[in-house]
Design a protein around this ligand. Structure first.
Ligand code: GLU
Length: 424
């Protein structure tokens, strides 16, 4: 069977993570089986029209690599199609006119049973299913009607959507039966929760794809994390690119229990994706967070890459580039390195000599410090920790004193060391 799936967002102007996850799962169900992924824009609610909202959908899907094979199909352009089908139902006795609208007539006896891939077999007594509006008095179809017509006309084989539609599905099935159409495979997805009792909502401030991009998450890490919100891979590995997900994804791995959003875990996954970037890729992403300085970016980025979980971690780590951070001489106290403001002076003067005598490459500077520390039976940190403080004004920096030295180059380093000595 050729699998055909659709993502059917309403254009609200934002891409909620839950929606993006539906898009992702829908895409993966298709791609896993070399099927077709279709985009349908559910824009029949003209009162909720938002300028530019469709572009948010296109841009987010493209940015995430969720490229659709067919569509977009706009429901607002298919009014006549829905009316035509509604007329057929009226003729067959499954629908009627009332209050200017067309209503589905549901049976009062018997029961409707269907199978959902995630929630299993569900049976509803027909007498509990109320008649519902199919075409509103303004001539527009309701979601409840349009989704059935469209999924049938588009030959959708697998309908994946939020589980808030589970309870209405018996009504849709009655429509399929009234038309004599085949019912698609249903994959209703568990909600994404903020905690045990609350859905992750826009009120939480960050429920949208763009919020996470702004915070410095990588697109592929967002996709990786939301894939895991409700789906478990077979093995231990949890780090996936989109194309790896296309291979690994299985409907049977989707859970029916609500998925709890855990930003700490999302951060850890992002950190892993950052570590896997090439140095060039990392530098390109990091540079806007660093700013323009006369420094060796390679040295800085090599130190930053393993210290960065999300890109916005970078700026506070490099706040000493413009000028040394304000510090108190107490900062020279370090138990492990056995340093203090008193020892720092000697260490920094020795550093000046080392820097002046070397070719200013990492190895030769390191060797001069090593010789010195061996001669005086001190840890090399006895020299390098005060150097780091002098260059940055911080107790920790991306890279040790030596890296920062190479990053700044000789002139800037010598200048900062001299200023620190004066301050001592
Ligand atoms: N427009 C609906 C939504 O955004 C689509 C539900 C479906 O996929 O059928 O929730």
């Amino acid at each position: 069977m050729m699998i055909r799936t659709r993502f059917a967002p309403s254009p609200t102007g934002f891409m909620h993570l839950g929606n993006l996850r539906t898009a992702l799962y829908t895409y993966l169900i298709a791609k896993k089986h070399k099927g077709t992924f279709i985009l349908r824009i559910e824009d029949t609610d003209q009162a909720r029209y938002v300028e530019g909202a469709v572009d948010v959908i296109y841009n987010t899907l493209k940015e995430c690599g969720l490229n659709w094979d067919e569509g977009p199909i706009f429901q607002s352009e298919r009014k006549d199609v829905y009316k035509e089908y509604a007329a057929q139902l009226v003729e067959k006795g499954h629908a009627y006119h009332s209050e200017g609208a067309i209503w589905q007539k549901t049976p009062t006896t018997g029961s409707t049973t269907f199978k959902d891939e995630i929630y299993g077999e569900i049976t509803v007594e027909n007498k509990e299913i109320e008649d519902q509006v199919l075409i509103k008095s303004d001539g527009m179809p309701t979601y409840n009607f349009a989704n059935v017509i469209d999924d049938h006309e588009m030959n959708i084989t697998h309908v994946a959507r939020g589980n808030e539609y589970l309870s209405s599905t018996p009504k849709y099935n009655l429509l399929y039966e009234a038309f004599g159409w085949e019912i698609p495979t249903y994959v209703h997805l568990p909600p994404i929760m903020r905690d045990a009792t609350h859905k992750l909502s826009k009120r939480d401030g960050d429920a949208y794809f763009d919020d996470f991009k702004e915070k410095g998450y990588l697109t592929e890490a967002i996709i990786n994390y939301i894939a895991l919100l409700g789906w478990s891979p077979k093995g231990e590995n949890e780090i996936f690119t989109l194309s790896e997900l296309e291979q690994a994804f299985e409907i049977s791995g989707i859970s029916k229990s609500p998925a709890i959003f855990d930003e700490a875990k999302m951060r850890a996954i992002n950190a892993e994706h950052i570590r896997r970037l090439s140095p060039e890729q990392f530098m390109e992403l990091a540079k806007p967070h660093i700013g323009e300085f006369d420094i060796n970016y390679n040295v800085l980025c090599t130190a930053l890459q393993p210290r960065t979980e999300i890109l916005s971690d970078i700026t506070p780590q490099v706040d000493f580039l413009e000028q040394v951070c304000d510090y108190d001489n107490d900062l020279f106290n370090n138990k492990k390195m056995k340093t203090s403001p008193e020892t720092a002076k000697e260490a920094l003067e020795a550093a000046l000599t080392c820097l002046n005598n070397s070719n200013f490459d990492r190895d030769s500077i390191y060797n001069s410090f090593k010789e010195l520390s061996e001669k005086h039976e001190r840890k090399i940190g006895w020299y390098l920790y005060p150097l780091q403080v002098a260059l940055t004004g911080k107790p920790a920096a991306p890279g040790g004193g030596l890296d920062i030295c190479i990053m700044f180059g000789k002139d800037q380093s010598v200048k900062r060391i001299k200023e620190a000595i004066e301050k001592l």
